[in-house]
Design a protein around this ligand. Sequence first.
Ligand code: AP5
Ligand code: ZN
Length: 212
Amino acid sequence: MVGPPGAGKGTQAQILASELSIPKVSTGDIFRANVSGGTELGKKAKQYMDRGDLVPDEVTNAMVKDRLARGDAAAGFLLDGFPRNVAQAGTLRTMLADLDTGLDVVLELRVDEEEVVKRLSGRRSCPECGRVYHVEYDPPKVEGRCDNEGAELYQREDDREETIRHRLEVYREQTAPLVAFYEAEGLLATIAATGPVEEVTARAKAAIEEKT
Ligand code: AP5
Ligand code: ZN
């Protein structure tokens, strides 16, 4: 899944992975779990994440390689937030070839930058189950509490307006070239990521079906 910050990758990945019964591998979620757990990996990643920069490729690639080697990924997986530049895409290709598999489809979520800023400044996340809400567009039943287990929702460190603007720049410069890269490989499916979450999910499912 590829798209700018706030396009709804995490939201859609969670729904699609559960419907397809495959694990969602989100590099952002794995990094955040390591930051809150205070691990060595988390310490390395935090400074980059807080600024809205990419964590260095060697750190990210090694982490994804470990994750994909786990048994639950053998029957398929959904990648959210990886690869994030053309070098990572090259590494991913080698990793998957070693596992005797490959990508079926690359889903691009399109949304304009003003919408992204609105979405990210109202985002709230659950520290327990990872579910993502929006104070206006997708509020929890009880304000500030997760619907699943009642945990207190938090606002991400990198969801401040200046950091959001920087993440958008990083997306334009480093990640957006992947769209042409995967289009050339015939793997790209692009959908509009605006409108209700369920409508975006329906578009995503139709696009995936068409490609696979
Ligand atoms: P990561 O966690 O991947 O952040 P991101 O790409 O910036 O994406 P977001 O999580 O911000 O947005 P999203 O598209 O998932 O949107 P969401 O569904 O939450 O990465 C964070 C950091 O980790 C990076 O900056 C980097 O430092 C590091 N990192 C991660 N991967 C890396 C890699 N491969 N290499 C190097 N570094 C890496 O939705 C956003 C909001 O909108 C929510 O509030 C949601 O409720 C709302 N929303 C969703 N859909 C809709 C809709 N249809 N209508 C209205 N609101 C909606
Ligand atoms: Zn929760």
